[in-house]
Design a protein around this ligand. Sequence first.
Ligand code: SF4
Length: 320
Amino acid sequence: MSILHATHLVRSYHVRGGVFRAGSAIKAVDGVSLTLQANRTLGLVGESGSGKTTLARLLLGLERPTSGEVRFKDTPMPKPDSAAWRALRAKMQLVYQNPRAALDPRVSIVDSVREPLLVHDTGFVGDGPLRATAALESVGLGLEFYTKRPHELSGGQLQRAVLARAFVTLPEILVCDEPVSALDPSIQAQVIATLIEQQKRSHVSILFISHDLRVVRQVADEVAVMYLGRIVEQGPTERVLHAPRHPYTQALIAAVPVIGPRHTPRILLAGETPDPANPPQGCPFHPRCVQAQDRCRTDRPALRDVAGAGLVACHLVGHS
Ligand code: SF4
């Protein structure tokens, strides 16, 4: 069952100056259609600047799309900061990369975890303290942590406190934006295990944004790969990571020290992401693609359902 569905989402920004050409428009998200299924985890991967975070903000209604539509349980997403959106907000929580920035340094951990119950209209204000302590216990932070301040916790303990804060409102959707990127690998594993455990208990639907394919493999049922504001490949995690079809996905995976049995050609990702204010004609990946052909320089490939491969946007996939 779909809990969040986006259709043809576009988000463009007009540029006044800086590193980009003044007066130009940047499409941070360029025609994305996507579905987050209930009680499932969708991994969103791609290089920095591919549009992942902007897409997440559009999906949660934190930003209005330039065009396109987001539906929450088949109802159009209300305008940001409208009364209807604020009523929905407690059902959609965000976890960012830096847990220290997410928690007020002057406030005790238990009060930080309780705060969303006060801010959002959850109906849980009366039993807030009980809910906050239960949420902390559920992520493995016991009584000794309740009155501590953020600076007294390690990075892993802090991120677990942030998860408790996210889960205390009983959200239906959780967006995790690079939630373990700042942590050591051993601590990453603990936080990921906590997240998976919480999902089993709560049946929350998760959009998990990461550039780390090894982490995505642990948590995601399905993976969508973004390049220059577009989805270029999407499918079940094991299929995408073990038998990627799009040359960009193949290059991303080739850059990771072996993810598993390798069926992937060794394609190295050369060059920089193109200027989004001046994207290439044709396939946006063609200047970096080792398989590019003449057609790739003029014709933009559509994201198509390819038998046995999920969704792929490449002229070479699905054609004989
Ligand atoms: Fe490469 Fe062409 Fe496929 Fe784009 S359409 S990924 S340039 S082969």
